[in-house]
Design a protein around this ligand. Structure first.
Ligand code: GLN
Ligand code: ZN
Length: 767
């Protein structure tokens, strides 16, 4: 029996974000389309050569994309909304593609742009931080096979001597992610399948023996309609040409296993990282003639695998049947190459594996299984050594943190009084008017701010001058907020590069890469912090900035922190303990900061949980467990303060209906949310739930370049009063202002303050 290695997909951005820079040059009109296409082809060739050299037997093609693979699929199927005004899918070129990706105003996702075409909506790809462009199906839409990109890239690879397995986004996942405008995307099932059949025929004709069809939808809760569609689809596709490796990832098949096993595909890939326990059931359910592909190294995280225990698990299985070993999912979600990290120290590096290193691990596993462990004794010894070291390393396991966690008591998650008492204690110290106005924390990160930070990082600007510069910016922001008449001020966050990184850099247990980029969307990449060890807070992180800002004004200045769940969800986290255990440690560190802010005299502290909702598990049955520990961690961070200290939180979304009890359980005093775009509809849910605290429903859509007028904001707040008592309401934008310019922010906030005054004049508010 033989074991082979597949990769399922390789990072597209290039080892040094070459794709990003090339795209940006193209968008800026500095290079031609041919130059863009040549650069993209160069990246593809390099990726194939690299994977092959590392020992991958199954090379992917069509895993590359100029922007997004879901958008590629929509383009190929001709699902191009009428507003892009193309005659036929075949005519749609790069211009249409980027218009769908970014709109024609060039990157601004402004919904109110006039005379220009808006981009498609963007949302998260399952539970990753990768964003895709949502396919749109309009009434009467007819699909039409456009340029067969998978065929072109298959041929391109073949011409260079690389035999590849084209990667296709599965038709049922594509349909499930699509949004129908008054129509059910599944009405188009047969049309979609027809085009897939044609495509598979073309691929077979061109020489492709296998294709990889990704159906991650199979690890989610499926409706009857989706199940029927899967059966119907694979009855056609399973026999339409090349052999199909039906690929599932991001979780276990669970109750969908028998369905997946019944589909006539020649192979099945399963994720053994998220769902290691599914192996036995899969072995039982899947016929022996099916090629099994096992996701055994983590495609979603950056840790080196424990090769010895994997071999123990795989030995006997490999003796019984052919196996493909692969990452759990495409390597799209991890950085390219650990060797490019000059700054990480060797101890930490030995525990890590990026995309390149993960293929090396798969290669070792294959050789150990095919030729015996002795054949790769050295490689295995190095891996074993690293695993051993990680289990006991002092920088990972901090006894003091363990002792604090063991000593937690339920009382630490409880405020000392209920809402009514807190409201009156806070009213006394804060003395705010009705409809208090505030902002979410950040002010524009202008070119000057970013330039100063970059120069300070490069050592060109010394720390003293940089500090002086930041203090000036902060002072200017405070003065302006006083002038414009805001009631609760913020310091502006000029010193912060990013709301998670800023804290990660100050906490023990986090490391940062210099080149560990992963694609977030299109040309945008992020470098998630690496949470590798027990978390503690060596010293206060924000108190000096708060104190400086508060020293400049009589008005209250909010303390501004990022919450534990958001820090966790936006980092690469430990795999040697449950996520909730890491989150609890972060919560304790944030609690320390909250209490230090309070001791310094801070009367209102905002703890942002921008990513709480997006951490929801893919399966609904797992939601409650997640929400319970997430809320528990938030409360641990927040609840240590006295009654008179006002706890705020901010959440960047507007979908609360299904998680309101948990939002309520966070027990904050004020929550600011995103509502400007949904016309306050969601407040109905807060009202029905009898939400007891104050709410600032964002009245200014900061995602748009448009400056809203006073009347519009007054009108939104009047809508809000249909659902909530006036004394519950705050007036604020719907997110931080760091991405906007001062010339937009100044008039918008001035109008917001006027709106609050109008509201005060026209409304009876109970004291
Ligand atoms: N305080 C942060 C800011 O204003 C909050 C941003 C967020 O939650 N996305 O930038
Ligand atoms: Zn926000």
């Amino acid at each position: 029996m033989t074991v082979s290695v597949a990769t399922l997909g390789f990072p597209r951005i290039g080892p040094r974000r070459e794709l990003k820079f090339t795209l940006e040059k193209f968008w800026a009109g500095k290079i031609t389309q041919t130059e863009l296409e040549d650069a993209a082809a160069g990246l593809r060739t390099a990726a194939w050569a690299r994977q092959k050299a590392l020992g991958a037997d199954w090379l992917p093609s069509n895993d590359f994309s100029l922007y997004d693979h879901v958008l590629d699929t929509s383009m190929m199927l001709g699902a191009i909304p009428a507003r892009y005004d193309v005659e036929s899918a075949e005519d749609a070129g790069l211009e249409t593609y980027f218009a769908m990706a970014r709109g024609t105003t060039g990157g601004s996702r402004c919904r109110h742009a006039h005379g220009s075409v808006t981009a498609g909506e963007m949302t998260k790809w399952f539970d990753t931080n990768y964003h895709f462009i949502v396919p749109e199906i309009e009434p009467g839409a007819r699909l039409q096979l456009g340029r067969p990109k998978p065929l072109e890239e298959y041929r391109e690879a073949r011409a260079q001597g690389f035999e590849t397995r084209p990667v296709l986004l599965g038709p049922i996942t594509w349909l499930s992610l699509a949004k129908g405008h008054g129509v059910d995307p599944f009405d188009l099932l047969d049309e979609v399948l027809g085009h897939y059949v044609t495509l598979l025929g073309l691929l077979e004709h061109a020489g492709a023996e296998w294709v990889q069809i990704d159906e991650p939808i199979l690890v989610t809760d499926l409706t009857e309609q989706q199940r029927r569609a899967l059966t119907r689809a694979y009855a056609k596709l399973g026999r339409a040409g090349p052999k199909v490796m039906l690929t599932t990832y991001f979780g276990g098949l669970g109750e969908n296993l028998s369905l997946a096993a019944s589909l006539p595909a020649a192979g099945l890939h399963i994720d053994l990282l998220r769902a290691p326990e599914q192996l036995d059931a899969v072995l039982k359910a899947v016929p022996k003639d099916r090629l099994l592909s096992l996701g055994v190294v983590d495609g979603r995280n950056i840790w080196r695998a424990d090769l010895a225990s994997l071999l123990d698990r795989l030995d006997s299985l490999a003796a019984q049947r052919d196996l493909v070993l692969a990452p759990s999912c495409s390597l799209l979600h991890v950085p390219v190459d650990l060797e490019l990290e000059g700054k990480l120290d060797d101890e930490l590096k030995q525990w890590l594996a990026f995309a390149v290193q993960k293929i090396e691990e798969l290669d070792l596993l294959r050789r150990a299984l095919n030729e015996g462990r002795d054949s790769v004794a050295d490689g295995l010894a190095v891996a074993a050594c690293a695993s051993e070291a990680r289990k006991t390393a002092a920088r990972i396991h901090d006894r003091a943190v363990g002792e604090r966690i063991a000593a937690l008591t339920p009382g630490m998650r409880e405020r000392s009084a209920g809402h009514a008492e807190r409201i009156s204690a806070q009213a006394e110290v804060l003395d705010l008017p009705a409809f208090p106005t505030t902002t979410i924390g950040s002010f524009p990160q202008t070119t000057a701010v970013r330039k100063a930070r970059a120069e300070h990082n490069r050592g060109v600007l010394d720390t003293a001058s940089y500090g002086a510069f930041l203090r000036e910016e902060t002072e200017r922001a405070i003065r302006w907020q006083e002038e414009v008449g805001l009631d609760m001020l913020v310091h502006g966050e000029f010193e912060r590069n990013d709301m998670v990184q800023y804290f990660g850099e100050k906490l023990s247990g986090f490391a940062f890469t210099v080149n560990g980029w992963v694609q977030s969307y299109g040309s945008r990449c992020v470098r998630p912090p690496i949470l590798y060890g027990d978390v503690s807070r060596p010293e206060p992180m924000t108190v000096d900035w708060w104190r400086y800002a508060q020293g400049l004004t009589e008005k209250p200045v909010k303390g501004m922190l990022t919450g534990p769940v958001t820090i966790l969800n936006w980092s690469f986290v430990r795999d040697d303990q449950p996520r909730e255990a890491s989150c609890r440690q972060i919560a304790l560190a944030i609690r320390d900061e909250v209490l230090d802010l309070e001791a310094a005299g801070c009367k209102a502290i905002q703890i942002d949980e921008a990513a709480l909702r997006e951490g929801l598990p893919l399966r609904q049955r797992d939601w409650q467990h997640y929400l319970d520990w997430a809320v528990d961690c938030f409360r641990l961070a927040a609840a240590g303060v006295g009654n008179a200290t006002q706890i705020h939180t901010h959440m960047c979304y507007s979908e609360f209906n299904d998680i309101l009890p948990s939002i309520g359980a966070m027990d904050t005093d004020v929550i600011s949310i995103e509502t400007a775009r949904s016309q306050m509809e969601l407040l109905e849910a807060f009202a029905a739930y009898r939400y007891p605290s104050a709410i600032g429903p964002g009245v200014y859509d900061i995602h748009s370049a448009r400056v809203p007028g006073e009347n519009e904001m007054v009108e939104l707040m009047r809508q809000a009063q249909k659902h909530l008592r006036p004394e519950q309401l705050w007036v604020n934008p719907d997110c931080g202002l760091k991405t906007r310019g001062w010339d937009e922010v100044r008039p918008a906030i001035a109008a917001m303050v006027l709106a609050a005054r109008t509201l005060r004049a026209e409304t009876q508010v109970e004291a």
